[in-house]
Design a protein around this ligand. Sequence first.
Ligand SMILES: [Zn+2]
Ligand SMILES: [Zn+2]
Length: 133
Amino acid sequence: MSEEQARRESAEEQPLPADAVTPKKVRVMKSDGSGVAVEWKDGHASQWSFVWLRHACPCATCVEERAGSGRKPGEAKPKPLLALYEPPVHPVEVTPVGKYAMKFKWSDGHESGIYSWDYLRRVCQCEACKAKG
Ligand SMILES: [Zn+2]
Ligand SMILES: [Zn+2]
């Protein structure tokens, strides 16, 4: 591992301030299927669609699978040209996990990902965070 890479990796592991990973308000918009919105204690706001979250599943299997095909969290698998129409994946059940995370039971049967607040904040999709890379 190069020095540059090591530095970058340790930067990613840096703990975020407590207020940045503490949700003030969480909205799971299950009925209209639009996704999850979080207002953080530090005033930042994040929002993800359910499809994005499904493709950002942080369980070991999904992380490995994405790494293997070079996809970023939230990036869908390329679909075959003649794929059958599938309704967009949505959560059947959303459960809080202690104070630090939430988990989804998805309509495709998958449910092993634990979405910690820390993880969600790190994958915030707002323009400002995306610009930071
Ligand atoms: Zn998974
Ligand atoms: Zn953001």
